[in-house]
Design a protein around this ligand. Structure first.
Ligand SMILES: Nc1ncnc2c1ncn2[C@@H]1O[C@H](COP(=O)(O)OP(=O)(O)O)[C@@H](O)[C@H]1O
Ligand SMILES: [Mg+2]
Length: 359
């Protein structure tokens, strides 16, 4: 479970103690399941490693054992039945006590089908969030093998999301700063990797990564591959999951199913459907779309093939240009990030009209 949580762990036998690895341990996890006493070596350990935290794993919260634990300076107690999530939470609590609590918002973009514009929307929403809020924004391309976010941002990142996931046990500010790529669009990117990851992406590591990203960035935007069902199950930290669809029947149908599934998992308030390449003259109208999705679809992104292609060719997101397409990204970003329009000031700048609800 510890390994699954991305923790670098060494097993200590009672007899082997105090033969510890060279680097001082950050935490000691003491498994006392089925036992009524703490190991005698615990107090010696505490003296030797005063900075290390102690996490107790117990079968029951026996009052006497708890009292002993308190006296022995145990920091956290995890009770059966154990899950990797609980262990991870306890570890993060004691280890990252110095980190600020998560404050940023995370938005996940998932496409109903390939090609509906999920990457385009996630890149442009992230760019617009940074433009409108002047806050730090991170885009994470969770595709393994062939993500396009870097292409749309005109960068060739040296590191990828896989480097971050493989080293998730040691993510801190400086490590993070070294793996993300700064882009001209004003956002940081954790791009996809050409390298495959053994056994696929581990959702627990993704959770840890997102938790940390939210402590560092006001907004984190995810480009999520739809094919990865386990990833869809690792989005607890997200404020909103955006389902991207087009008006075409197959993708609309698939969007309906996806939205339904995500609403059941995360609650209706956290799921938003967005229609890309909206065509007013299409036989499938706005009302039909809302019926299939089972919810209102407020954001209709117009189709602009020329602009989309031009943006791709020069590696500069449309959100940095003027026009209807950029306007629709501004409105989507504003809605997600809680950015409200205010009365226009004397200046003619469109951006002058955007301000934050929250300080
Ligand atoms: N609103 C739009 N208008 C015109 N073309 C678009 C629009 N959104 C996306 N595209 C184009 O559609 C193609 C697929 O977009 P992409 O974002 O890569 O989709 P996905 O990530 O869902 O596979 C790209 O060539 C992109 O430029
Ligand atoms: Mg894509």
């Amino acid at each position: 479970m510890l390994r699954a949580a991305g923790v670098q762990a060494t097993r200590l036998d009672r007899e082997a103690y105090p033969k510890l690895p060279a680097s001082p341990p950050v935490a000691l996890i003491v498994d006392v399941r089925g036992q009524s006493q703490l190991p005698a070596a615990l107090s010696a350990f505490r003296k030797e490693h005063p900075a290390a935290s102690v996490i107790l794993v117990t079968s029951t919260l026996d009052p006497r054992l708890m009292l002993d634990a308190m006296r022995a300076g145990v920091n956290e107690c995890v009770q059966e039945p154990l899950t990797p999530e609980m262990l991870n939470q306890a570890i993060r609590k004691v280890v990252s006590g110095s980190h600020p609590p998560p404050t940023g918002q995370v938005f996940a973009f998932v496409g109903a089908k390939g090609g509906v514009g999920t990457t385009t929307l996630s890149v442009n929403t992230a760019t617009m969030l940074a433009r409108a809020s002047k806050a730090d924004v991170l885009l994470i391309d969770l595709h393994v093998g062939h993500g396009d976010a870097a292409l749309l941002l005109g960068v060739e990142p040296r590191f990828s999301v896989i480097d971050a996931l493989e080293n998730v046990h040691r993510v801190d500010e400086s490590f993070f700063g070294s793996v993300v790529e700064k882009t001209k669009a004003g956002i940081d990117l954790l791009g996809s990797s050409d390298r495959m990851i053994a056994g696929g992406i581990d959702p627990q590591r993704v959770r840890t990564l997102l938790d940390f990203a939210a402590t560092q960035y006001r907004y984190t935007v995810l480009d999520v591959p739809r094919s990865d069902v386990t990833l869809l199950d690792a989005l607890e930290v997200t404020s909103t999951v955006v389902v991207v669809t087009s008006q075409e029947l197959p993708s609309l149908r698939s969007a309906g199913r996806l939205a339904h599934m995500l609403r059941a998992r995360y609650g209706a308030a956290r799921v938003m459907a967005v229609m890309n390449r909206f065509d007013r003259r299409s036989e499938i109208g706005h009302a039909d779309v809302e019926r299939v999705i089972g919810d209102s679809v407020k954001h209709l992104i117009p189709s602009d093939y020329r602009m989309a292609l031009q943006a791709l060719n020069v590696g500069r997101p449309v959100a940095l240009e003027k026009g209807a397409l950029a306007d629709s990204f501004r409105s989507l970003a504003g809605d997600l990030g809680g950015i409200v329009k205010q009365k226009p000031p004397s200046s003619s700048s469109v951006f002058g009209r955007l301000a934050f609800k929250r300080a």
